[in-house]
Ligand binder design. Structure first.
Ligand SMILES: Cc1ncc(COP(=O)(O)O)c(C=O)c1O
Length: 410
């Protein structure tokens, strides 16, 4: 990996914050964007902008081809069979809500069970809670053990004890708090063994782990472009063709329909049946540049680069003696993020003091409040990595952390 070449593609890394070099360690919230993504947005609006599907003029045909083609690129990236299996949503959250509404409301009955885990982001908790209120479905949670990993024996017990009632196992691939990498294949097999479906929240994994929905046995997959060097406002929902056909549209309106009379409507072909109204055409098109950026560097190289950064950062933090790190201690089981607390300093104060030194980290519950209740702390501080981070970034962060602590405890 040519670090200089990679970093030179991210214009934001050249800016100063508080007069100092920006050290951006908040990538789990959103990654920065390379020139090719930023430029592609300008090219789209300067040359191809038009509404899609309905037009017969040149610009509309071009925009339609680009937008539809972006679905093919996204499909290939996750090992789906084709564009019919890929819906563009706004983000991971909308993708999961689409499953809850289009699949859940059709298939689930009172007392059916959706199994999630204790390490889920709110976006994989609240849609099921909403269904719980309106349909009377139940939610069961796989516990997280003391090492920050899923208790797989307990998962097996929950699934088999309720084998007729469990309809879906919906799990995060890489935890945005603990960094835990969950064993997708094992989990999907457990779900399928009892006749349940398996959904994967790939928000934190899609930019660092090769995903193949077929090989991993994934029935539904959700991800966000903005966490993988792409624009905000675009997410993917993958579902196999049979499931896509079985599901009813969630939203109705233009673009999702083939024929309408006063009495009824016939939905459009897949995947457009789930993309009601004018979609986020420009960002959908631009998302392909983010995918190509990742593919050109290679997910294996990105993962290895980040593994070295995590190893280096964990070593430095552990060496300080006053930092508590959450999540698995073994590097093979974690990716992406390190959440931590410092005795006597609230994570929010840490984040503000680090910002004075141009080090961007996140503090709070990271949209995982139930997990923080389990961890026994209302908030953690979190650093998270991307392909452009370096050991110098970590050194700058650790220096700023030491300064913040001594300022605060003075
Ligand atoms: C694991 C996980 N799932 C879901 C989400 C929600 O992503 P979005 O806000 O892009 O919908 C996030 C965002 O941080 C996440 O980390």
């Amino acid at each position: 990996m040519d670090q200089t070449k990679i970093n030179s593609q991210f214009p934001i890394l050249k800016r100063k914050v508080n007069g100092k070099r920006l050290v951006y360690l908040d990538n789990a919230a959103t990654t920065q964007k390379p020139d090719r993504v930023i430029d592609a947005l300008k090219v789209f609006y300067s040359r191809h902008n038009s509404n899609i599907h309905r037009g017969l003029h040149t610009l509309s045909v071009e925009a339609s081809d680009l937008y539809e083609g972006a679905h093919d690129v996204a499909a290939e990236f996750i090992g789906a069979k084709g564009r019919e299996e890929v819906v563009f949503t706004r983000n991971t959250t909308e993708s999961i809500n689409l499953v809850a509404n289009a699949w859940g409301r059709k298939v689930l009955r009172k007392n059916d069970i959706v199994v999630i885990s204790e390490m889920e982001h709110h976006s994989n908790i609240i849609p099921w809670m909403i269904l719980g209120k309106s349909l009377g479905i139940r939610i069961e949670r796989i516990p997280v053990d003391n090492y920050g990993k899923l208790d797989l024996d307990e998962c097996y017990r929950i699934l088999t004890k309720n084998r007729r009632r469990v309809k879906l196992l919906s799990i995060v691939h890489v935890s945005n708090v603990l960094g835990t990498v969950n064993p997708v294949k094992q989990l999907s097999e457990m779900a399928h063994d009892i006749g349940a479906l398996f959904m994967l929240d790939a928000a934190q994994s899609a930019a660092r782990v090769k995903i193949n929905v077929e090989a991993m046995g994934v029935d539904f997959l959700a991800l966000s472009s903005h966490k993988m060097y792409g624009p905000t406002g675009i997410g993917v929902l993958y579902a196999g063709r049979d499931l896509m056909e079985e599901m009813d549209p969630w939203m109705g309106g233009g673009d999702m329909v083939r024929r309408v009379t006063n009495e009824e409507f016939e939905p459009a072909d897949l995947p457009w049946k789930f993309e009601a109204g004018t979609p986020n055409i420009a960002d959908g098109v631009v998302y392909t540049e983010a995918i190509r950026f990742i593919q050109e560097i290679g997910l294996d190289s990105i993962a290895e680069h980040e593994r070295q950064l995590i190893s280096y950062a964990m070593g430095k933090l552990q060496g300080l003696g006053w930092v508590k790190i959450y999540g698995p201690q073994d590097l093979a089981s974690r990716m992406g993020v390190i959440s931590f607390t410092v005795d006597g300093v609230h994570p929010h104060d840490l984040s503000s003091l680090l910002d004075d030194e141009a080090v961007a980290i996140r503090a709070g519950h990271h949209c995982a409040m139930p997990l923080h209740i389990k961890l026994g702390t209302p908030a953690t501080a979190r650093i998270s990595f991307a392909v452009y981070n370096t050991k110098e970034d970590i050194d700058a962060f650790v220096e700023a952390l030491k300064n913040a602590r001594s300022t605060f405890l003075k």
